[in-house]
Design a protein around this ligand. Structure first.
Ligand SMILES: [Zn+2]
Ligand SMILES: [Zn+2]
Length: 349
């Protein structure tokens, strides 16, 4: 039996690097040697408190890029560099037929329903091992930045839903990894002005390193409403995006968008604190749309990947730390303290 190294999740706060059986490459499957995997906030939540669809012991991780080691799929050859879309949709359920793939009723999720990327190898089943979900990358591209594409896919897809586009003024609440990606994507889609609000000064200072945001606001020392109105002739922004887990903020931003403006609720709230009170008349009379969003379709994943491959979003800047797989706990600390934007784990480092 051939072995490989992987982070095995055995229960909340119980996970470490172990030797496990190397997966096999069966008919119509591909075996990918993992070059880099992104440490995602959702994985950090699973490591800390588990996940209702993850049964330990299990290998999680879903933001992966690598090189095809072995292929029994007609679509791939050994040696090809590939980015994996972890959300494998069925294309035939009620939602898939309506082109709402993010809500697929039969979704296979790499790192949740099938073993994930925090490992030296991953084998992808035939449902995944095709050009809809596994994307070939150019030979000269830096693989270490590619895991950013997965988060960017959610960002692209949800901005598409609210129609962020040419000439818009966009407010983003929260300068964590996703807030910063929202800023980069808004600019890449043609937004005229991006305003970011973040109450942790260290995060706000870090956001200044990315050149996609125009206005930085710390609402604990500045009046956010005043700043917004100054920049929008007193009307409010075209689109406001919440990328932080605070309910009051979701209600607050409805006051900061213009008439017929859009509010995108991107950041989820804690399960035990997710009730929010809105001024319903404000939404009514200003005809404001409030839209939720967190995920993407296979087309949106491909589109977001193209933004990186074509250099329209500079993903490399977001990768602040590269660590060997065994240092996963250190990576989690770096994310939790806000020191890191994107941590990449390297299974062969
Ligand atoms: Zn992710
Ligand atoms: Zn489906």
């Amino acid at each position: 039996m051939e072995k490989m190294k992987a982070i095995v999740f055995r229960g909340p706060n119980d996970f470490s690097l172990e030797e496990v059986e190397k997966p096999k490459c069966n008919d119509e499957e591909i075996l990918v040697k993992v070059e880099a995997c992104g440490l995602c906030g959702s994985d950090i939540r699973t490591f800390g408190s588990g996940h209702n669809k993850v049964t330990p012991p299990f290998i999680i991780g879903h933001e992966g890029v690598g090189i095809v080691e072995e292929s029994k799929s007609k679509y791939f050859k050994a040696g090809e560099r590939v980015m994996i879309n972890p959300g494998i949709t069925c294309k035939k359920c009620f939602y898939c037929k309506k082109d709402i793939e993010s809500q697929c009723e039969n979704m296979i999720v790499v790192g949740t329903t099938i073993p994930g990327i925090y490992a030296q190898y991953i084998s992808l089943p035939k449902e995944a091992a095709n050009p809809t979900f596994v994307h070939k990358l150019p030979d000269d591209i830096d693989l270490d930045m590619m895991p950013v594409a997965e988060a960017l896919a959610s960002v692209y897809s949800t901005q598409d839903n609210v129609g962020v586009g040419d000439g818009d003024t966009v407010l983003i609440i929260g300068a964590g990894p996703l807030g910063n990606l929202h800023s980069a994507m808004a600019k890449a889609r043609g937004a005229k002005k991006v305003i970011i609000s973040e109450m942790h000064q260290n995060r706000l200072d870090m956001a200044k390193k990315f050149d996609t945001t125009d206005v930085f606001v710390n609402p604990s020392t500045e009046d956010l409403t005043k700043v917004i109105m100054e920049h929008t002739d007193g009307r409010g922004v075209d689109v406001a995006i919440t990328a932080c887990p605070v309910g009051e903020v979701q209600a607050e931003v409805t006051h900061l968008v213009r008439s017929r403006g859009k509010v995108l609720l991107f950041g989820g709230l804690p399960k035990d604190n997710c009730m929010v009170t809105f001024d319903s008349n404000l939404l009514h009379y200003k005809e404001i749309e409030v839209i939720g969003g967190f995920s993407y379709s296979s087309d949106c994943f491909k589109a977001a990947l193209d933004y990186i491959v074509k250099g329209k979003v500079d993903a490399k800047k977001f990768v602040t730390h590269k660590l060997p797989l065994k240092d996963v706990k250190k990576g989690i600390e770096l994310v939790k303290t806000g020191e890191a934007i994107k941590v990449i784990l390297k299974p062969w480092m």
